[in-house]
Design a protein around this ligand. Structure first.
Ligand code: PLP
Length: 356
């Protein structure tokens, strides 16, 4: 039987419609601005996100870091939530590429309090770095795919703008946040100066993300993308799948959210596990192992052997992510396998190293 892959929504494969669009894509050299399919994707994405212009980038990481490079100067401070992807998972790029330092602010379910952000903004002083940028993340990955309260988002953006500081939205899963609230991505992105969204996560495209913002910002971002080696040539082959992703794959995210809820409610019934149902707001389920016989790395290895793939995100914490290639029946099977595996207890044979 094929394994049920709950490691991430990045493991999705392109739909037949994407494959067809890729095969048929009209292309040109995008560094010359001559790829009609890339141009169409960028116009469509700008429209959907309510910004003047957009840029097709290789990955979410590249989109975020291009945005940070474009907004800041060397020596600036970037304020973000303490477990934000830009800080936690991007290889130190804020320091290594933009030459900025990070001011991490602990948040509640991924949202730093507006007062805490206000307090972290640097006053003008010869000793201090300049606060060059504030970043928020919606949905927030490490908080469990949680949706940021939009009133607090607006409060942070208003404070930033009073100080003349731009705000960037890491919206790798912004469409999940939108669908979960019955709002549009455009509304959620409205208070921000720039926004990055991933096409290759829940939306199922094979490659690519979008950075959107004002026209002059995107013009400079295009130079920064080139600096990072992200100037692509006949990229219309990839952009074609991105167009299908944006036009056909957003509404169905509701299915992934229903499946995550189904998993979470099942996990809540299994002795030896604990899940905070309030954090299960989109397509992720984070759960903790309370059964003392197990730790996360052993359980991940045992589940892998039984046909369920997933990741440990802490010594006793596991993450399950739903996506278009996981059905409700797969979720029921994953729950049954989880329950049986846990009950059987760990055997010493064939299990991977203990999580360090
Ligand atoms: C995945 C992710 C990114 C980076 O996207 P890649 O395409 O993997 O580089 C950025 N931010 C968040 C919140 C993510 O989950």
């Amino acid at each position: 039987m094929r394994p049920i892959d709950l490691r991430s929504d990045t493991v999705t494969v392109p739909t037949p419609e994407m494959r067809r669009a890729m095969y048929e894509a009209e292309v040109g050299d995008d560094v010359y601005g001559e790829d009609p399919t890339v141009n169409r994707l960028e116009e469509l994405a700008a429209e959907i996100l309510g910004k003047e212009a957009a840029l097709f980038v290789v990955s979410g990481t590249q989109g975020n870091q291009v945005a940070i490079l474009t907004h800041t100067r060397r020596g600036d401070e970037v304020i973000c939530e303490a477990e934000a992807h830009v800080y936690f998972y991007e290889v130190g790029a804020i320091a290594a590429l933009a030459g900025c330092q990070v001011r991490p602010i602990p948040g509640h379910r991924g949202m730093p309090a507006p007062e805490a952000v206000a307090a972290a903004i640097r006053p003008k002083n010869v000793h201090f770095p300049r606060t060059g940028l504030i970043c928020l993340e919606n949905t927030h990955n490490r908080a469990g795919g949680t949706v940021l309260p939009q009133d607090q988002v607006e409060a942070v953006c208003a404070i930033a703008h009073q100080h003349g500081i731009p705000v960037h939205l890491d919206g790798a899963r912004l469409f999940n946040a939108a669908v979960a609230q019955g709002r549009t991505a455009r509304e959620l992105a409205a208070p921000f100066d720039s926004v990055m969204v991933c096409l290759s996560k829940g939306l199922g495209a094979p490659v690519g993300s979008i950075l959107a913002g004002r026209r002059d910002f995107i013009e400079e971002a295009r130079r920064m993308r080139k600096l990072l080696g992200g100037g692509m040539r006949q990229a219309g082959v990839l952009a074609a799948a991105g167009i299908v992703a944006l036009t056909t794959m957003v509404d169905r995210l509701a299915e992934d959210h229903a499946n995550a809820r189904r998993l979470a409610e099942g996990i809540a019934q299994i002795p030896g596990l604990a899940v905070d149902l309030e954090t299960v707001q989109t397509n992720m389920v984070f759960f903790d192992i309370t059964d003392p016989r197990w730790d996360a790395s052993r359980l991940v290895a045992a589940l892998e052997a039984a046909g369920v793939r997933c990741n440990a995100v802490g010594p006793r914490r596991i993450r399950w992510v739903t996506h278009k290639d996981v059905t409700a029946a797969d979720c029921d099977r994953a729950l049954a396998i989880l329950q049986e595996t846990l009950k059987a207890g760990p055997t010493s044979a064939g299990l991977g190293p203990v999580y360090g």
